[in-house]
Design a protein around this ligand. Sequence first.
Ligand SMILES: CC(C)(COP(=O)(O)OP(=O)(O)OC[C@H]1O[C@@H](n2cnc3c(N)ncnc32)[C@H](O)[C@@H]1OP(=O)(O)O)[C@@H](O)C(=O)NCCC(=O)NCCS
Length: 152
Amino acid sequence: MRIEKANLTHLDSIYDIEIKTFSDAWSKNSIKSAMESEPCNIFLALDDDNTVIGYIFFYLIDEEAEILNLAVIPEKRRMGIASSLLKYSFEIMKKNGVRNAYLDVRKSNIPALSLYKSFNFEQLTIRKNYYTKPVEDAIDMCLCLDNEEVEK
Ligand SMILES: CC(C)(COP(=O)(O)OP(=O)(O)OC[C@H]1O[C@@H](n2cnc3c(N)ncnc32)[C@H](O)[C@@H]1OP(=O)(O)O)[C@@H](O)C(=O)NCCC(=O)NCCS
């Protein structure tokens, strides 16, 4: 497995995973716009045969980063791929002077909540009915990267 920055040749693969993963999936246009926008970074986990097996989207804004999207295909879960994508992203964030990384997660998303807690993300607030399709509360989380030892 290796991690690489996404480009337009990966758009269809990302979208294919996105619609299979999320009930409130990003549209292909939104993914394309994110790819082309300066503050947004999209990194992929690629298998040895160059198949996209996961991705992370995050924005860098001054001393803050926001993780907008993270997914791993079902056949490759529990193999540390999301953890590798997060660690890789934290390195980039730190190099860009980011001090705090934020994200939202559905209240019922136990795998994602467990993953973020394993990285010491802390709960900030609950946003009532934040998500649609289905309507659900969001848990706002934050990780202070000043305290975080990120592996090379
Ligand atoms: C959440 C998701 C990205 C995790 O990806 P992954 O590659 O399987 O995660 P990792 O293998 O790096 O898991 C690291 C740790 O997270 C926790 N974790 C991950 N999946 C879990 C699960 N299903 N149940 C409980 N804990 C889980 C565990 O602590 C795990 O460590 P362990 O395997 O040593 O016990 C993946 O399940 C996914 O794509 N889900 C659908 C999309 C999604 O919910 N994205 C997040 C939106 S906020």
